[in-house]
Design a protein around this ligand. Structure first.
Ligand SMILES: CC(C)(COP(=O)(O)OP(=O)(O)OC[C@H]1O[C@@H](n2cnc3c(N)ncnc32)[C@H](O)[C@@H]1OP(=O)(O)O)[C@@H](O)C(=O)NCCC(=O)NCCS
Length: 179
């Protein structure tokens, strides 16, 4: 399966809402409670604000033009990979890796962290295969473990696929509420 990875702009908010709503409906236990706050009933302005304040929200689009996966890079100060999901029919074809690659490229030479539900063995195995390591074994109060991927050296840092200039007046990113 080949997919292209697209970075969303605020006007694309419906696409993210629809993919995210499918993710929460199909795999509710893969996401922490706080992640469920951004779901099908969230109003348009909040979707737009979340896209504008993230460093990047990316969707994977298949050959038929269907959105089959999502991921995000949350903050500038402490880059965090968030909202990782691939539609069931598209799994085990490299879509997840392609999405992580987009975030790794955007993060550049900064270390990346993420949170994963402690009982999500498949997710932890997937992230380990992407170069993330568990930071401790004690779940937080939402049941998540933190994984971290060290910054690549200058020689191996990947170029970002596209550069998006910061929007004037865009809110400064803070810690993500979702995972
Ligand atoms: C985890 C997830 C993102 C992986 O996406 P994917 O597109 O299948 O991943 P890729 O095809 O790029 O990589 C597959 C590799 O990841 C690992 N992996 C993926 N699913 C796995 C599973 N169920 N069990 C064990 N390892 C798994 C394996 O190493 C696998 O390689 P293999 O197919 O050669 O064995 C996807 O299964 C998913 O969306 N799960 C539900 C939501 C979720 O758990 N999100 C992450 C936590 S927030």
């Amino acid at each position: 399966m080949t997919v292209r990875i697209e970075q969303l702009e605020p006007d694309d908010w419906r696409r993210w809402r629809d993919v995210r709503s499918r993710a929460l409906a199909l795999d509710p236990t893969a996401f922490a409670c706080s992640a469920h706050r951004l779901g099908p009933r969230t109003p348009e302005d909040q979707w737009r604000e979340r896209i504008a304040s993230a460093e990047g929200i990316f969707l994977a689009v298949d050959d038929a033009g269907e959105d089959v996966g999502m991921v995000g890079l949350s903050t500038a100060d402490a880059p965090e990979l968030i909202s990782m999901w691939v539609a069931p029919q598209a799994r085990r074809h490299g879509v997840g890796h392609a999405l992580v690659d987009a975030v790794v490229a955007r993060a550049g030479r900064r270390p990346l962290s993420l949170r994963v539900m402690a009982d999500n063995a498949a997710g932890i195995a997937f992230y380990a295969g992407c170069g993330f390591e568990l930071v401790g074994r004690e779940p937080d109060d939402e049941g998540t473990l933190t994984m971290r991927r060290d910054a690549p050296s200058a020689a191996t840092a990947w170029p970002a696929p596209t550069e998006r200039p910061p929007r004037p007046g865009a809110p400064r990113p803070g810690r993500s509420a979702d995972q």
